[in-house]
Design a binder for this molecule. Sequence first.
Ligand SMILES: Nc1ncnc2c1ncn2[C@@H]1O[C@H](Cn2cc(CNC(=O)c3cc([N+](=O)[O-])cc(O)c3O)nn2)[C@@H](O)[C@H]1O
Ligand SMILES: [Mg+2]
Length: 216
Amino acid sequence: FVTGRTRPERLLQYLQKNGTRGDANNVVDTIDRFCGTVEWAMNVGGEKGKIVDKVVLETNPGTVLELGTYCGYSAVRMGRLLAPGSRLITLEMNPAYAKVAKEVIAFAGLDKQVEVLVGSTTELIPQLKKKLDIDTFDMIFLDHWKQSYLPDTKLLEECGLLRKGTVLLADNVICPGTPDYLQYVRSSPKYLSQHFPSVLEYTNAPDGLEKSVYLG
Ligand SMILES: Nc1ncnc2c1ncn2[C@@H]1O[C@H](Cn2cc(CNC(=O)c3cc([N+](=O)[O-])cc(O)c3O)nn2)[C@@H](O)[C@H]1O
Ligand SMILES: [Mg+2]
């Protein structure tokens, strides 16, 4: 048994005990085993994760921005598929979670490709161009507070961080659900959206991902 105070700490302890350091595929499988057999956690998970893998491989992004790192599962899942020299920036406002995520990402051997920034999206998004030598992102993964998806998408547009063809991939558009975000990306002429039905991580409850291409 593991003795961490918080769920992310228990997940990290389980990984350190049962995982293979430097093997990102094994880290993904080990976290999925923890969540499937010991304790549920809000990672995108294995089923939806296969759809994330497909979109990342099709997009082959040089720069990825993730909103809501949590334990770093999806950062490792996407980071393991990036071409050498590509970068994934992930934003996490909870310092304790960010600390766990940094250790999970380092355990997977991806600390060169993946960078965790601690702070809220509202505070960090306007600073990204200055902080990083990144002009626009090729892909955005939204997995933070569901009511923040829409305002943060508009903020990304206003800050000029999207370009023609940027792929937005949103988790949980069915469960817990992001109705205002879905309505926006499906009705706005600025986006071309596609829905990928799936199940909520580690359960058989209906959920799904929404892939929306920014048309500029
Ligand atoms: N504006 C924000 N800026 C930066 N980090 C944020 C922000 N909002 C939440 N976070 C961070 O995301 C992490 C994880 N998180 C994600 C959510 C929202 N996600 C869910 O609530 C969720 C819930 C379920 N579920 O209930 O079944 C399943 C999922 O896949 C989910 O992503 N809340 N905290 C937390 O560490 C939090 O600090
Ligand atoms: Mg999620």
